[in-house]
Design a protein around this ligand. Sequence first.
Ligand code: ATP
Ligand code: MG
Length: 423
Amino acid sequence: MFTMIRAIKGIKDILPDQLPRWNVVEGAAHRLARCYGFREIRIPIFEITELYIRSIGGTTDIVEKEMYTFNDRDGTSLTLRPEGTAGVVRAIIEHGLANNPATRKLYYIGPMFRHERPQAGRFRQFNQFGVEFIGSTSPKADVEVISLLWRFFSTLALPSITLEINSLGQPPERQRYKAVLLTYLQGKIDRLCGNCQRRMEFNPLRVLDCKVMECRAVTESAPSLIDYLSTSAQHFKDVRAGLEDLGIPYSLNSRLVRGLDYYSMTTFEVTSSSLGAQNTIGAGGRYDGLFEVLGGKSTPAIGFAVGLERVISILPESAMPLPNPLVFIAGFGNRGLPASFRLLEALRSKGVTAETDHYGSSLKNLLRLADRLGASFTIILGDEECMQGQVLLRNMYTKEQETIPLNSAPDVLANRLKTPNSP
Ligand code: ATP
Ligand code: MG
């Protein structure tokens, strides 16, 4: 006897019952991203490890402990992508996409991999929808990207969502602030968690988004980065005015430093209070320094990434279209069975979702099967109906039956079911 093999912990199957939700969410992502002028890009699922270390930063959770890294047969270190931006920027530089105005707004949808402790809303393989808008320093680019994020969640009618924004300033402003923050934290070092104590010197900003209660208490009254903005103060003001102008509600959150090193200036995050501890459904920011870090020409950019599993877990029923109506064909007998198989094909050729059973069971069993499959109509076609050139059409909700000509059955049903709900 063989033992059963299960999927890896934290890595989930997406089963057929869940797929309509995925189709709705991914459909909205494709539709809205295109509507905002973004074009799809598909980047590899694994890359040279160095790409992620250099772009995400050595003292981040992702690089320190979450990457799936392995050696290729020739010893090259490779990593399963933990996020999308690094790969997209690598592709933009490699293919010169920044030179073409038609390829400066890109989006992607696909799986990411992080070795985290699996729990509700946190998986080791999860899916993100993300966009990257490159080449513009304008605060309007920030507003466009945030507006798309907000519209995506609003279109899906996600409950209790909140947008928070912050500015991390440009590197010199941040440097100045880091010194102030470090002095503040040093005075309270005994109260910080081990992780924060260790990272504080290299990256005091990380302490601001530590989830440990005591660390949060310490940073509650820490100096706020926004008060130290100079060169980028106007940009942040303009972003805020732009959001207000479009009626997008937001609040300021000075803790919002994001878990990746490449961010600068605007950062933002959307949370839903309908979720538990892992309540961030999408987040992003400006990353004007990343292109240079990856060996490209300095290029401003801003983007976001959305966690699709978390979105799907709070997607309301009202966002779901009705499923495509199904027609079940119950055929019997030497004539009825072959005729019903031809009818099945004729219905499908007209775009009608149709199903049958090949075992020639009793009518009672077939009707039960049609019910379990959720059929809207059942067509009954035995030898007798076949000889009369007719079929019985049974409405599975009202149980009413009528007789219609066999030849015209495909057209009659195609017309009656003319409400295509394809995802
Ligand atoms: P978190 O604070 O939840 O760890 P993060 O800052 O690591 O999030 P990002 O790298 O900004 O997350 O990724 C963007 C989005 O992807 C998150 O807001 C979240 O919705 C989703 N996400 C991140 N990690 C996971 C995961 N392990 N499982 C499921 N979704 C995730
Ligand atoms: Mg994380």
